[in-house]
Design a protein around this ligand. Structure first.
Ligand code: NAP
Ligand code: HSE
Length: 428
């Protein structure tokens, strides 16, 4: 196929992901015409620091003035791979309002301001695509919006942060300490410069908000998501997980229930029989349950230069195909419901509890009484490491409301015979 037609794109950002996208566009030139019926050219690239050395990049493409890209009438696609809320939000809105299609990998922005961006895209009949914003290279946004569109989806559970999965895998398989595993994850480039967003579950929380919105057709924002990280997980917890034939994973958990949407990110003990239990190292996976498809799982690399660029490239090619057939804006916001978000206090979970107690008659009975008073039903009790004075008590509960558990634990922590509550971990 021969044609002089060229689609021009502008890149906002040339870091890990932007660099990968630029290289993939160059690498794909040979077959671009067959794929999209036109050439694809990066016409301009916005960066912060014009003096940085950038190998393999034509310096004449670089600019530190974003208006150069937004006001260029020949640029039809803006690829936002800078990150952060501002100035990315202002630039994307300006691009959409200028009639440009936008591809973004920015989960922070979409999890907070998604509605505003979709509204602008819809008004201007342009595409706003963001496959890379959740689970990097794994296709999950498009499958939820398109391939599974005929389903009523009731559950989405994901391992959507590579850093924490790497840390938990190393703690589990090599008895590595949390600190040593985090240092290694940082060295390998998985963790963010400030890894707080990874280890405290915030990065996964943003991805959970985006996935829940799309799966359940109702807007969920980051502040709706309960988040708890992995910093309190100890070697002892890992050893109990092994004893229970389970693993510990940081899970993004979203359910669409009759009483509203439940959405949270926290560590969970997960039985080895669950498909997510075998997702090791820095890999990500998302498990979906739909009324027609039944169970489906999407697995792969959730971060890194080329895996993330792969998802961005898929979106760019989609926009190019839509441009060719003049149908941009074909699939926009799919949040056509307004389902309430359930208070996390009302969500039901099973719990694994580990506490150090005085080894004397009546202690277990008094603890059981407190649980009973707060409607917490006990499934299993194990006592270990007993000395003359103390013992380790492990209690696994049935499914109980979060606030009942919280009330019971507040009372138990005040008991004289309870020396320490060492762990409170939810069980899937
Ligand atoms: P990065 O390596 O830090 O690169 C950011 C780029 O944006 C840099 O080129 C930087 O310019 C430019 N930039 C930042 N602020 C700017 C400003 N105010 N004006 C002009 N240019 C600015 O980030 P990244 O890892 O590629 O991540 C980019 C986006 O992809 C983020 O939204 C991130 O959440 C998302 N994402 C990343 C991954 C991953 O594996 N890295 C995975 C999934 C999604 P300089 O080069 O001059 O500093
Ligand atoms: N720091 C993130 C992770 C990168 O570890 O998964 C992708 O969002």
């Amino acid at each position: 196929m021969q044609s002089d037609k060229t689609i021009k794109a502008g890149l906002l950002g040339l870091g890990t992901v932007g660099g990968g996208v630029y290289k993939l566009i160059q690498r794909g030139q040979k077959e671009m015409m067959q794929k999209i019926g036109a050439n694809l050219e990066v016409a301009k690239i916005l960066v912060h620091n014009m003096n940085k050395k950038r190998e393999g990049i034509d310096a004449s493409l670089l600019t530190d003035q974003w208006e150069d890209i937004i006001q260029d009438d020949e640029i039809q696609i803006v690829i936002e791979v800078m990150g952060g809320i501002e100035p990315a939000r202002t630039m994307i809105l300006a691009a959409l309002n200028a009639g440009k299609n936008v591809v973004s990998a920015n989960k922070d922005l979409i999890a907070e301001h998604g509605r505003e961006l979709f509204d602008a895209a819809e008004r201007n009949h342009v595409d706003f695509l963001f496959e890379a914003a959740v689970a990097g290279g794994i296709p999950i946004i498009r499958p939820l919006k398109q391939c599974l569109a005929g389903n009523e989806i009731s559950e989405v559970i994901g391992i959507v942060n590579g850093t924490t999965n790497y840390i938990l895998t190393k703690m589990f398989e090599e008895n590595m300490s949390f600190e040593a595993a985090l240092a290694k994850a940082t060295e390998l480039g998985y963790a963010e410069a400030d890894p707080t967003a990874d280890v405290e579950g915030l990065d996964a929380g943003r991805k959970a908000a985006i996935m829940a919105s799309i799966a359940f057709h109702s807007r969920v924002v980051f502040s709706d998501v309960y988040t708890e990280g992995i910093t309190k997980i100890t070697a002892e917890d890992i050893s109990y997980a092994k004893e229970f034939d389970s693993v510990i994973k940081l899970l993004a958990v979203a359910h669409n229930t009759e009483s509203g949407i439940e959405v949270a990110v926290h560590p969970m003990m997960l039985g080895r029989e669950h498909p997510l239990a075998s997702v090791r190292d820095s890999f990500n996976a998302v498990f979906v349950h739909g009324d027609a498809v039944d169970d489906a799982m999407f697995y792969g690399r959730g971060a890194g230069e080329f895996p993330t660029a792969s998802a961005v490239m898929g979106d760019i090619i989609d926009v190019c195909r839509n441009l060719e057939y003049q149908c941009t804006g074909r699939i926009s916001c799919t949040c056509y419901r307004e389902t309430p978000i359930k208070q996390f206090d009302d969500v039901k979970n099973k719990f694994f509890l580990r506490m150090q107690v005085a080894n004397e008659p009546g202690v277990l009975a008094r603890i059981a009484q407190v649980f009973g008073d707060h409607k917490v039903s006990i499934a299993r009790v194990i006592q270990k490491n007993a000395t003359e004075k103390s013992a380790e008590l492990v209690i696994v509960t049935e499914k109980v409301k979060e606030y009942h558990m919280q009330d019971a634990m507040n009372e138990i922590q005040q008991m004289e015979s309870v020396k320490e509550v060492s762990s409170v971990i939810r069980e899937y």
